[in-house]
Design a protein around this ligand. Structure first.
Ligand SMILES: Nc1ncnc2c1ncn2[C@@H]1O[C@H](COP(=O)(O)OP(=O)(O)OP(=O)(O)O)[C@@H](O)[C@H]1O
Ligand SMILES: [Mg+2]
Length: 280
């Protein structure tokens, strides 16, 4: 008698939420990505780290469909992002919460109205439903009591948390965080990092955290990708990354200024550049 198989190889819940395959992307003749492969599993916190200017924000915009790859595929929840029609992309984006690098709140609107904004834009819910949802999201980030404050009355860390509440207002399947910890003091940074982890687990989200804060990011990430010079130069769990002998990974993880990661934006060599300037 043949053995009975109980596994379901096509169970959609097993498929990664985001898959990036062979991604190539250039801007104004400059190669940003040159064959990047990434897998973002469902339900996990995945970190994308890399030096400034390597294309982390660009990668999030490619995943969100705001930019189109030159080559390769980006699949989100089974849909190939750059093949979608406008309407389909709009629907997909509603399910992808985004915390932007600047995390800007609308300065003329209260905390409450900032969080209500996506609900008013994208749903036809009644005012009392909106109120309940906003209060629940603010409760989740610990700021229900701050609902009547204006953005100018918030600390930087509080503003980030309001932006986070806004990013999850529509109950997205995933949240992409672009540098959520930048400019925070160590306490606020720890609070934000734990909040990212807590929201991921309690709301059943999938989180993608872009950061160059190695310590805090590794404390909450299940898996880390390190990108530099257009490629993935390292990937693994935080523990594997910390133990890696790779010079790229070591330089980044230990924040060393000397190593394979270049400090300079690509340029002519200095003497040639100075001579050209003088001769012009
Ligand atoms: N609108 C644009 N037009 C042309 N080039 C751009 C544009 N936006 C970004 N770039 C270039 O793309 C590269 C990657 O930028 P990106 O903002 O994705 O980097 P990053 O890894 O997010 O950096 P940081 O850590 O400083 O936020 C940079 O070299 C940048 O100069
Ligand atoms: Mg960036």
């Amino acid at each position: 008698m043949p053995p009975v198989t109980l596994s379901h190889p096509h169970d959609p819940n097993d498929a990664p939420l985001v898959e990036v395959r062979g991604l190539c992307f250039a801007r104004e003749g400059r190669v940003i990505f040159d064959g990047v492969d990434l897998t973002i599993p469902r339900g996990r916190v995945t970190a994308i780290m890399g030096p400034s200017g390597t294309g982390k924000t660009t990668l999030l915009r490619l995943i969100g469909g705001q930019l189109v790859p030159d080559a390769g595929q980006i699949t989100v929840d089974g849909q190939q992002v750059n093949r979608l029609k406008r309407r389909e992309l709009f629907e997909l984006r509603k399910r992808m919460g985004m915390l932007f690098q600047a995390g800007a709140l609308l300065t003329d609107l209260s905390v409450f109205e900032n969080v209500a904004f996506p609900l008013r834009e994208h749903t036809h819910l009644s005012e009392s439903m909106i109120r309940d949802l906003v209060l629940l999201k603010l409760e989740a980030v610990g700021l229900r009591g701050a609902r009547d404050l204006m953005p100018s009355q918030l600390s930087g860390g509080m503003a980030r948390r309001v932006a986070l509440a806004r990013a999850i207002a529509l109950d997205p399947m995933m949240v992409m965080y672009d540098e959520p910890f930048t400019g925070q003091d160590p306490i606020s940074l720890g609070v934000l990092a734990r909040l990212v982890r807590h929201l991921n687990d309690s709301m059943g989200l999938t989180s993608l955290v872009v950061s160059h804060d190695v310590h805090e990011t590794c404390a909450i990430a299940d898996y880390v990708y390190l990108i530099a010079e257009g490629r993935v130069v390292g990937a693994g769990t935080p523990t594997e990354m910390s133990a890696s002998p790779s010079p790229w990974i070591r330089q980044f993880m230990q924040a060393q200024s000397e190593g394979p990661v270049p400090f300079h934006y690509p340029a002519l060599d200095l003497i040639t550049d100075l001579m050209q300037e003088g001769g012009a």
